[in-house]
Design a binder for this molecule. Structure first.
Ligand code: PMP
Length: 391
């Protein structure tokens, strides 16, 4: 049986990982500036996390959600403390798409409405409603096509006001990433999010913050929405929540009251996933990782802005992107193959950095050196004078 290739893959086999490094089968070391696909929050194979999962595995890994599962309550308590979102209910699922699927469904149940506002270049996952709200027609199957989703331009206050003026009371939900990830690291302006909050309030619309990629401390606050000083009605989470163990969740504001039976899942909230999720929060608290993410991100952004050859460095905390000029289009490949550094990409020419929140100054410097060397190599290979590349 052949494997279906989920992504374009390279020939590297990763066998082992620790903190921000991974090693291939020959023991070659790579620096992971991509956090294993924006997932690693507290570092690969974090020992507290390993121990918690191991202990839980030896007790019980799974039993149906029809019994008391105290570790779910422990997780909710810790999440409430670290996020400051005490007055919310937690519903645990298994992935980012599942979190968004349930958030959108719940908004529709709550409002009795069908329309959804999403944004250009948004990515919300690949299940039916989540993919329908994703701005990528090539991944939307005919059965998922719906007239109920409208894609408005990101950060465009005039377009938002205009749409709300004519359609506001038909809208069930607005779903937005405060920092678009797959879309290329684009920051929503605080003013745009505040306007969104106001228009949602005036029209009885549920505001969903997709924090699957930008949340869980990555942006330098627990949720990226927090930078705008507003609350969402529903927060969706996954990726960093389990540090590689599949777990997702949604936080539901107290004014939304899902009826029994509206939401459900077999595996969501299983003992093992909760142990992983709890370990992540314990390490985040112990090591003050939200604050560290802010400081480390600022360091990296400042240094990147001084690098000659890349453009438009932007980001929040350890969610950082920059543009790669055409002359250096092989930069990401060069970084991987010649400097053993994993980075992420976004179309058409963006490099995404989403390292573990535990990344050290030394590792960031190692990356910055590799980046400058890779740029120099590409330039000399192509014989491109310096000012022509950065023009
Ligand atoms: N929302 C956002 C913002 C994402 O970046 C992703 C994954 N790239 C998802 C949702 C979907 O998450 P998952 O792959 O866990 O379903």
């Amino acid at each position: 049986m052949k494997l279906f290739d989920v992504y374009p893959i390279n020939d590297i086999t990763i066998e082992r990982a620790k903190d921000s490094y991974v090693w291939d089968e020959n023991g070659v070391q790579y620096l992971d500036m991509y956090g294993g696909h924006a997932v690693i929050s507290i570092g690969h194979s974090n020992q507290h996390w390993v121990k918690r999962i191991e202990e839980q595995l030896n007790k019980i890994a799974f039993y149906s959600n029809s019994v008391q599962i105290p570790i779910q309550k422990e997780l909710a308590k810790k999440l409430s403390k670290l996020s400051g979102k005490e007055d919310y209910q937690l519903f645990l699922v298994n992935s980012g798409a599942e979190a968004n699927e349930n958030a959108l469904k719940l908004a529709s149940f709550h409002t009795g409405r069908k329309k959804i506002i999403a944004f250009k270049k948004a990515f919300h996952g690949r299940t039916s409603l989540a993919v329908a709200a994703t701005d990528n027609p090539s991944i939307i199957a005919p059965v998922n096509e719906t007239e109920n989703v409208v894609f408005l331009p990101f950060n465009d206050e005039a377009a938002l006001k205009e749409y709300f003026q004519t359609n506001g009371t038909e809208v069930a939900a607005v779903i937005i990433e405060a920092v678009q990830g797959v879309g290329g690291i684009t920051l929503a302006s605080p003013g745009f999010l505040q306007l969104l909050r106001k228009l949602c309030d005036e029209n009885g619309v549920i505001l969903i913050a997709d924090e699957v990629q930008c949340g869980y401390g990555r942006s330098g606050k627990f949720f990226a929405f927090d930078h705008a000083g507003i609350n969402a009605d529903i927060y969706t989470m996954a990726k960093g929540m389990g540090n590689g163990f599949p777990i997702g969740g949604i936080l539901i504001a107290s004014h939304i009251k899902p009826k029994y039976g509206m939401l459900g899942t077999t595996f969501g909230g299983n003992h093992l996933a909760c142990a992983a999720g709890l370990a992540v929060l314990e390490v985040m608290e112990e090591e003050d990782l939200v604050e560290k993410s802010k400081q480390r991100g600022q360091y990296l952004i400042n240094k990147l802005r001084k690098i000659d050859g890349i453009e438009n460095v932007r980001g929040l905390g350890l969610m950082i992107g920059f543009d790669v000029p055409l002359g250096l289009k092989d930069l990401r490949k060069n970084l991987l193959l010649h400097h053993n550094v994993f980075t992420g990409e976004a179309k058409p020419n963006v490099i995404r950095l989403l390292p573990a929140l535990t990344i050290t100054r030394k590792q960031m410097d190692e990356f910055l050196d590799a980046l400058q060397e890779a740029i120099n190599e590409l330039r000399s290979e192509q014989n491109i004078p310096v000012d022509e590349v950065s023009a």
